[in-house]
Design a binder for this molecule. Structure first.
Ligand SMILES: [Mg+2]
Ligand SMILES: [Zn+2]
Length: 188
């Protein structure tokens, strides 16, 4: 696979530690970068890949946090990333309840919005990086190959699930750093 020109990157579980099931990262104080996340973004940027974050944040619809709080997290995240050479091109958020919109992954509204905002984005030269099969399913609907982020213990079951759902997986990686190295063609 050539170096992608755009990487659509999921947030929770890829860039930062995911909250427990049923909980949400509601403020900057609850946001913690995962090991290898900043490195991974820097590697992608250095290879000329634009990074677009696409994230479901249903906690907004549930009233656990405000849309402004989510924006604040992203402003602060970007303020850390930019000076580290790991700046992101754009961040797109689905704040909606399940089944009420066209943008909650695995739907593709966030990806289409990104391309409307920047017509240089070419899905054929893109990749999606996520820790959930819904991330890869969104990619599949647009013909974008996926990189699954999965720990060693879960990788076999996740891959079996992905195969059962006929999801295209270009690679599996334990961290965003490992995913980025694969994508730019440096194994490690
Ligand atoms: Mg995730
Ligand atoms: Zn939505």
């Amino acid at each position: 696979m050539p170096v992608p020109s755009t990487a659509f990157v999921d947030r929770d579980g890829v860039i930062n530690h995911k909250a427990e099931d049923g909980y949400y990262v509601k403020s900057w104080s609850e946001f913690a970068f995962l090991p290898g996340a900043i490195d991974g973004l820097r590697i992608l940027r250095r290879a000329g890949c634009r990074v677009v974050i696409v994230t479901n944040q249903r906690g907004v619809a549930l009233g656990r946090m405000s849309a402004a709080a989510v924006d604040d997290i992203h402003d602060r995240m970007r303020a850390v990333l930019a000076p580290a050479g790991a700046d992101v091109h754009a961040v797109y958020v689905c704040p909606h309840e399940k089944g009420t919109c066209g943008c909650r992954k695995p739907d593709v509204g966030l990806f289409l919005q990104a391309r409307r905002d920047d017509p240089k984005i070419d899905f054929e030269a893109s990749v999606v990086i996520g820790d959930a099969l819904s991330d890869l399913e969104a990619g599949r609907r647009l013909g974008i190959p996926g990189v699954l982020i999965a720990g060693e213990r879960e990788v076999e079951t996740r891959l079996a699930d992905a195969r059962a759902r006929r999801l295209p997986i270009a690679a599996v990686a334990a961290s965003l750093r490992e995913a980025a190295l694969r994508l730019v063609g440096e194994e490690r």
